[in-house]
Design a protein around this ligand. Structure first.
Ligand code: SF4
Length: 389
């Protein structure tokens, strides 16, 4: 990057000026990862100091049966396939209760678009989960699923959200966003929920007082300009509603075939690689700088491995998601040896070892508990450090 442009961008960041589309593309064009990290870390520190938030959550995927066949997805199964499953409500409750002793604060529920499960199943499952675990917040369903519920119930999203909130829904999840630009989207997405519906449903949720996360799936066939466009759409919506709490860049994953039938379901695998750790760190940094009105940027450690998750804390990230028991969507796709579960203590040490102060949060990013700051660098150097895989 031209030295003059670099100085100009740096001055804008330090003056707190909003970056443009061209600025975002120029930042992605830079190979100076340390410089990008410094800028993003400046912004992250202004917003969140030395804090790193995490929560104690469990992911539940009620069914992997899906009517759509998104090209990148290795989670979906068709009815009758060997490892297709749909949980009975009591089974979902039993799984959720397995973590009761860990002072679970959130259940994160995302599912396939099941062709025959009736709409009534969904509020019912929330009601029973809430009755079994009244203190646990329910973060459930993507905008894509809400749009699916409109289709199968004949109701509008307004009524659907009211009913789900009445059954205990605290927040939607951020999925189904992938990349909004149609140039890319038409090749990777098979469901019918695109920017117009995704933004309509989140806008509606925000108008009802709900706070939601936002996501972006990167590292497949998109180019940096598509990532910039994606973030700018979200930034504009955030200017309007203020309802997004966090932005989560999700790293596209290859399918390493751990399914019962040995099939690779990811149809773009042969013509894609996966984002390298450096590309991921760049994406975190540029996202933090561009999406200036979202309070938090999250690294979902399951998709990156723990060392990259620690590094990301110096590239704009201030949230490491949670203890994440049994995340089937990535663990159906990866073979990186990242653990399926991190307990509260593991997360605390992961954050301290990276030099930050852990803060446990709830679904609304309210503080559940503040912990001590990290030991000083000299103290950390004095002891052999754990290497996080
Ligand atoms: S990404 Fe979601 S909607 Fe698309 S095929 Fe997979 S489970 Fe179905």
């Amino acid at each position: 990057m031209d030295a003059g442009l670099k100085r100009e961008l740096e001055a804008k960041v330090y003056a707190g000026e909003r970056l443009t589309r061209e600025d975002g593309i120029a930042l992605y064009d830079s190979d100076d990862l340390a410089w990008l990290g410094r800028l993003a870390h400046h912004r992250r520190t202004e917003l969140n100091g030395d804090r790193v938030m995490f929560n104690v959550n469990r992911h539940l995927n009620l069914t992997n049966v899906c009517s759509a066949s998104c090209a990148y997805c290795s989670f979906q199964r068709k009815p009758g396939e060997k490892d297709a499953y749909t949980m009975r409500i009591d089974e979902a409750v039993r799984k959720a209760k397995e973590m009761e002793d860990e002072q679970l604060t959130e259940l994160h529920i995302v599912n396939g678009l099941h062709p025959t499960l009736p709409w009534r199943y969904y509020p019912k499952v929330l009601r029973e989960l809430k009755a079994a675990l009244p203190k646990v917040k329910l973060k459930a369903f993507t905008a894509t699923e809400v749009q699916w519920f409109e289709k199968i119930s004949g109701l509008g999203a307004d009524q659907i959200l009211d009913e789900l909130m009445d059954a205990g829904l605290e927040s939607l999840t951020g999925g189904g966003a992938e990349i909004f630009d149609w140039e890319v989207r038409q090749h990777i997405v098979d469901h019918a929920c695109h920017w117009e519906d995704w933004s309509r449903i989140h806008r509606l949720a925000h108008s009802k007082g709900m706070k939601t996360p936002s996501t972006m799936l990167y590292g497949h066939i998109e180019e940096p300009r598509h990532r910039v466009d994606h973030v700018l759409r979200l930034r504009e919506l955030q200017d309007e509603t203020g309802g997004f709490l966090v932005f989560i860049p999700l790293r596209y994953q290859h399918d390493f075939v751990d399914s019962a039938d040995g099939k690779i379901r990811n149809r773009i695998q042969a013509r894609t690689t996966m984002a390298s750790p450096a590309e991921s760190l760049k994406t975190f940094a540029v996202s933090r700088l561009l999406f200036d009105n979202v309070p938090h940027v999250k690294c979902f450690w399951v998709m990156h491995g723990l060392s990259v998750a620690q590094l990301s804390l110096n590239f704009g990230v201030d949230d490491l998601d949670g203890s994440v028991v049994e995340y089937k969507i990535t663990h159906d796709a990866d073979a990186y040896g990242t653990p399926n579960t991190m307990h509260r203590d593991d997360l605390l040490h992961l954050i301290w070892d990276a030099g930050f102060r852990p803060v446990e949060r709830n679904t609304r990013y309210e503080v559940v508990r503040e912990y001590d700051a990290a030991p000083t660098l000299a103290e950390r150097r004095a002891e052999p450090q754990q290497v996080w895989a």
